[in-house]
Design a protein around this ligand. Structure first.
Ligand code: NDP
Length: 278
């Protein structure tokens, strides 16, 4: 069965829009884009459009590629203090002269809707998080729609980045699964994958994971988004062969991607509610 991320994300957006319609003050999201990387510009535009669609107040802030670290930090500080803004997102990657980590740490953790601030990551580690990184949280929402109980399941996360692999592993552990995290040095990945009830691929290598590495009846979540030479998109999983083995599988495009943006909106609403309750 296909896990239809587009459809699940649409339902989530409708539910958010319904809640926003009842609010006096609209939840506000600021997205900062530095430079003119075309892929980042598309992501930012999609996020801005998604905000407007659900009735959020959206601020799209474009800064030139030669902005200094100090100028960028003072922009973040301005947004930290702005009462209209509940969520702040700095589109990554930043130009190489800027220190992305310092910028993320400058965001007020209560407005950190990407969930990348060390305070929010620390809370995720302790299973106390309320602003959780969007992509892994979106994957958990997708897994929930299958009705599969993750407790005691063998799960493998292929990839260990700070934004996807590591928080993904923590989400699965928090759901009481048994989790293996793989990286580029992992020995005999196919043998490990053959044991897994749930596979999450977040590597960045097109079609790397083959169908005959997948256990019969497994759930396969493909986070990868890779642009092929012909301009088309492919995931990290070889979809055609993997779908012969998997009970549930996500397509690329139309899988995890739409969930990331819908979860960003969900996090912004969560941050809004927390601020309103104070
Ligand atoms: P990174 O490049 O930051 O991390 C890749 C990870 O994969 C690293 O931990 C690396 O290991 C590991 N890796 C590399 N080669 C192998 C291998 N042969 N076997 C096992 N592990 C390997 O990537 P991201 O996590 O940022 O992104 C991963 C993919 O997900 C990309 O395609 C990206 O475009 C996509 N993505 C999609 C999103 C969505 O919304 N759907 C959101 C974010 C990302 P090591 O630690 O040893 O280097």
């Amino acid at each position: 069965m296909i896990i239809d991320g587009k459809q699940i994300a649409k339902k989530l957006r409708i539910s958010i829009a319904d809640q926003v319609a009842t609010l006096d003050r609209k939840p506000g999201l600021a997205v900062i884009l530095v430079g003119d990387d075309p892929a980042s510009a598309v992501y930012v535009r999609n996020k801005d459009n998604a905000c407007k669609e659900v009735g959020f107040y959206a601020e799209k802030i474009n800064k030139s590629a030669d902005i200094t670290q100090t100028e960028l930090l003072s922009e973040v500080e301005r947004l930290n203090k702005d009462d209209k803004i509940d969520g702040i997102l700095v589109q990554l990657p930043l130009p190489s002269h800027l220190d992305a980590n310092q910028v993320i740490e400058a965001i007020n953790p209560n407005k950190d809707v990407d969930g990348f601030h060390s305070e929010n990551i620390g809370k995720l580690m302790q299973n106390k998080a309320y602003l959780r990184p969007c992509t892994p949280k979106g994957v958990m929402t997708m897994l929930a729609t299958t009705g599969i109980d993750l407790v005691g399941k063998d799960c493998i996360v292929v990839g260990a980045s700070n934004i996807v692999g590591r928080p993904m592993a923590m989400e699965l552990l928090n759901a009481r699964a048994t989790v293996t995290i793989c990286n580029s040095k992992t020995q005999d990945l196919p043998a490990k994958l053959k044991q897994a009830d749930v596979v999450v691929a977040a590597v960045g290598i097109p079609k790397m994971i083959q169908g005959d590495w997948i256990k019969e009846g497994a759930v396969v979540i493909d986070v990868g988004i890779n642009r092929l030479d012909d301009g088309s998109l492919a995931g990290d999983v070889d979809f055609d062969s993997a779908q012969q083995k998997a009970a549930w599988i996500t397509p690329v495009p139309g899988g995890v991607g739409p969930m990331t943006i819908a979860t960003l909106l969900e996090n912004t609403l969560t941050a809004y509610k927390a601020r309103e309750e104070k």
